[in-house]
Design a protein around this ligand. Structure first.
Ligand code: ADP
Length: 375
């Protein structure tokens, strides 16, 4: 029996559980607490910053994978040196640890990105501001940001001073994008690769709020461009597992890479209902060296809307009653304002109709008390 260990007990690990059951894999989770989202799996509680604890966990599995990207490079290299099979590898994960490192790696490989530069302390030379097209620009903390935390629009140089005290900053051109897209694909340890349809994502306050799959009104050229980009990147970066490329579609119809995730991603949740193979099943197949599943869509469109704060049980019942096509995924997390608590998906023929139905369901499910700022 294939034994897969997942570091992190969040919703991504949780959603790997049904896939593992169907595949007949033994899924074990190394979680930060017993009350984690993935508690339905065989769970070991430990500290992912402690290499010895992770090594002990890894002795019982064939391959170690991740629910999050927080395990440090030092711990990852200790695991690799001690013979633990990690997918994604420490090298691939390094790209998600540091946005400045990701930008320089992708630039060296010739991938299209927003103009960028790194500044370290003030005063910032005018040429650095000019290099990213002047104000307004986007500043990012290279390390530790997520869900829009650590990303800020900067209109005047003074807007940067508090962050500069904390360390170097990545400055980027503010892309006047037409929309944001995400390309999900997977590569297995034999080197086979497959992509899902390119999806459209809508961010609110820097957090993914809504996904439409496939992205409506896509010129065929962009579909091919995104697919080629993902395939080339999967090989160039030695990716094993599911990975997501967040993209900007510019007004001129170009694609620019915003970010990478070396794991199943919020923008791919829709494929659980839409596609023959979910991203969670595909990730497990990929890291276990199994043949990859078909990514063919079962119907024309799928829409996903995130629920923040808490999934209200009475609201969920009301949403199911109002629309039997609605699928609700409750991450069973402790309620917290702005935290991703679950999502809804509806699949069908007309994407506008699906968006309306997802929003209607989400409005019933949401607890207004917890709908504050996104975490
Ligand atoms: P996080 O790692 O916190 O998710 P991202 O780098 O993905 O941060 O940025 C979050 C959001 O901020 C993006 O989805 C996009 O809406 C906006 N954003 C990020 N970089 C740029 C940019 N260079 N130009 C315009 N908008 C941007």
């Amino acid at each position: 029996m294939v034994r897969v260990g997942v570091v992190g007990g969040g919703q991504l690990a949780r959603m790997m559980i049904p896939a593992a059951i169907n595949l007949g894999f033994d899924l074990r989770v190394f979680a930060e607490s017993e009350v984690c989202s993935a508690r339905a799996a065989h769970t070991v509680v430990g500290d992912y910053a402690n290499a010895e604890e992770l090594l002990a966990f890894a002795t019982d599995v064939d391959v170690l994978t991740f629910d999050h990207e927080h395990v440090s490079g030092g711990v990852l290299s200790t695991l690799t040196d001690r013979g633990v099979v990690l997918y994604p590898t420490a090298e691939a994960l390094a790209l998600t640890h540091d946005k400045a490192f990701m930008r320089s790696t992708l630039s060296a490989l010739g991938y299209p990105q927003p103009r960028w530069t790194v500044v370290d302390g003030g005063p910032i030379p005018q040429q650095e501001i000019d290099a990213v097209g002047g104000f307004p620009l986007i500043a990012k903390k290279p390390v530790g940001g997520y869900d829009g935390k650590g990303v800020r629009q900067v209109n005047v140089v003074d807007d940067l001073s508090d962050w500069l005290e904390e360390g170097p900053l990545l400055l980027e051109e503010k892309v006047n994008f037409r929309r944001e897209l995400s390309q999900l694909s997977a590569r297995n340890s034999q080197g086979d690769w497959i992509a899902w349809d390119l999806v459209q994502t809508l961010q609110e306050n820097g957090v993914c709020a809504e996904v439409i799959a496939p992205a409506p009104d896509l010129p065929l050229g962009l579909t091919h461009l995104a697919g080629d980009l993902a395939r080339n990147m999967a090989y160039d970066l030695g990716v094993v597992g599911v990975f997501a490329i967040e993209l900007f579609e510019t007004q001129e119809g170009q694609l620019l890479v915003n970010e990478l995730a070396m794991r199943p991603h919020n923008s791919g949740h829709v494929f659980t209902e839409l596609s023959v193979t979910s991203q969670f099943e595909q990730h497990l197949r990929a890291v276990a060296g199994f043949p990859l599943g078909s990514t063919r869509s079962l119907t024309s469109y799928g829409v996903m809307v995130n629920i923040f704060g808490q999934v209200d049980e009475a609201g969920a019942r009301a949403a199911y009653k109002a629309d039997p096509d609605v699928k609700i995924h409750d991450y069973m997390k402790e309620a917290r304002a702005g935290r991703k608590a679950g999502h809804v998906v509806v699949v069908g023929e007309n994407h506008q109709d699906l968006v309306a139905r997802c929003k209607d369901a989400a409005a019933r499910i949401r607890q207004p008390d917890y709908d504050g700022d996104h975490e």
